[in-house]
Design a protein around this ligand. Structure first.
Ligand SMILES: *Cc1c(COP(=O)(O)O)cnc(C)c1O
Length: 298
């Protein structure tokens, strides 16, 4: 098995509301790709790593917040691909289980104040400009290569779906899924759920990465206050969902996407008999970073 080949199953959701409304939902369990390489962050890194290797670079340099799924995926995939890794972490020095795991996988961490962090190319040049081994990997893996990796999520699916859902941060994953759907899921509408406020920018990002897609619809009203912000109904939804399905979702990304999908089911947005696929993009660190929200008041 190559460290950058990913496999994940498709699981049917058994919930009484779906039976009642005659809606069929499958979950593409990209969270099951790997315990630490969270779903789409592994997909996004595949062609980045192949490119770095093709250019004979041996050291991935990347960027992220202290609970970043991307940082952890980079640390683990670099280790399994025989590459070194360094990450510049936004903000003051902290310790947490995610950063600890990154270090266990051999990643070097540097904490960078928020102002300086803003210009990643400048940071890269300051420390790695003259290092022929160094390979720049943007925050979250944002790149054309990331889109290519996410296109593969649409391969080998068991059905033709009417609708496909995913959470969006930068839009690269949505772009890949929509591009992959164009060839493999021709009748599907691809729905993006931005987890940030003002998510309409996602359409521009997608257009820049993959021009002329016309199978995309955004649902911008499910951000719950903004990136990594949350509200009580979202936490309640996640608890109910996890305890009735055994599938772990979290409040930063997947919780908002699943909430949006189930809310649209409740509001009869879909026709009876329609088949829907939701891509579980992973995101365990989003749970670890927010676990206190799930403790019941004593
Ligand atoms: C990063 C991430 C996303 C968003 O991916 P983009 O390509 O930035 O839109 C969605 N879900 C999870 C779990 C993520 O970690």
């Amino acid at each position: 098995m190559s460290p950058v080949e990913f496999y994940s199953p498709v699981q049917n959701l058994l919930l009484s509301v779906l039976e009642r409304k005659n809606i069929y939902i499958d979950v593409k369990r990209d969270d099951m790709i790997h315990p630490f390489i969270s779903g789409n962050k592994g997909r996004k890194l595949k062609y980045i790593i192949l490119k770095a290797k093709a250019e004979n670079r041996k050291h991935l340099i990347t960027f992220g917040g202290a609970w970043s799924n991307h940082i952890l995926a980079t640390a683990c995939l670099a280790a399994s691909s025989g590459l070194k890794s360094t990450a510049y972490i936004r903000g003051e020095q902290v310790q947490n289980p995610v950063l600890q795991l990154c270090e266990v996988f051999g990643m070097k961490l540097h904490f960078i104040d928020r102002e300086k962090y803003k210009n990643k190319k400048l940071l890269f040049d300051e420390f790695h400009k003259n290092d022929p081994d160094a390979f720049f990997v943007d925050e979250g893996g944002f790149s054309i290569e990331a889109v290519k990796g996410c296109e593969e999520i649409m391969e080998d699916l068991p059905h033709q779906y009417d609708h496909i859902f995913c959470a969006c941060g930068t839009g690269a994953t949505l772009a890949g899924i929509a591009k992959g759907a164009e060839t493999n899921q021709e009748k599907a509408i691809v729905h993006g759920v931005p987890v940030l406020k003002g998510g309409d920018f996602i359409l521009d990002a997608v257009e820049t990465l993959t021009p002329n897609l016309n199978n995309i619809k955004l649902h911008t009203e499910y951000h719950f206050g903004g990136y990594a912000k949350t509200k009580a109904p979202l936490i309640e939804f996640i608890k109910t969902f996890c305890s009735t399905t055994g599938i772990l979702i979290e409040p930063v990304y997947t919780g908002k996407a699943f909430y949006a999908l189930m809310d649209l089911v409740e509001k009869d947005y879909f026709e009876p008999g329609e088949k829907i696929l939701i891509v579980h993009t992973g995101g365990l660190t989003g749970f670890l970073g927010n676990y206190k929200l799930f403790t019941n008041p004593q």
